[in-house]
Design a binder for this molecule. Sequence first.
Ligand code: CA
Length: 252
Amino acid sequence: MNKEDIEKAVREYISAKSYNRMELKAAMFDMDGVLFDSMKNHAYCWHETMKHFGLDLPEWEAYMHEGRTGAGTINIVSKRQRGYEATEAEIKEIYQYKSDLFNTRPKAVRMPGALETLLKVKESGVVPMVVTGSGQKTLLDRLNRNFPDIFRAELMVTAFDVKYGKPNPEPYLMGMDKYSKFTTSTYAPNNFIVVENAPLGVQAGVAAGVFTIAVNTGPLPDSALLDQGANLLFHSMQDLCDNWQTVYEVMQ
Ligand code: CA
């Protein structure tokens, strides 16, 4: 990615949104497939869990639903296969089974380049945040263990906070709101960027009006992310890391 391409993407964003410029203050990172190399595990666990409950969700399809709440994914499969939505009790049971299975799997490793990116982001004075559809109870501990001194619980949006989940813009709108409350400052979407690896996540970031950077760490073609309106695309977190200084400078 050269500087001209980054400048062009930023120019197009600010012109489409009628801003004078970007005034970047915080970067909202999705977690699975961005910070952790965990999507293979999730896809496997979704498939096995659904099978256990007599439902069918192929592993490849799990990538298409990445970012949805557990309830959202369960209901898509339930409606498709049984013609009705799952009850709250069923959703709880299925999601619990999936979470328990996930916890028996080898722990997902940090995405290569993720820590290096976060350190650069923080060093440049931009606040790193996490906005995830995940609801693992150990999430904050894991984040702190793998990314020491980077994130704050007050600036984190998880499955426990949101009602709709991605692709609804709600998680990212909530992220901006949390930032505003925490810093007691006003904000606009041009104070933020979103970093996402999944089509539904990109859709959520774009719908929230935020400049959305896609990082294609999975099996989908780039077009799956660009078609959802991603403003920029990098091929790995290391790729984003290598370009961070330029991205940051262009967004001042
Ligand atoms: Ca993701």
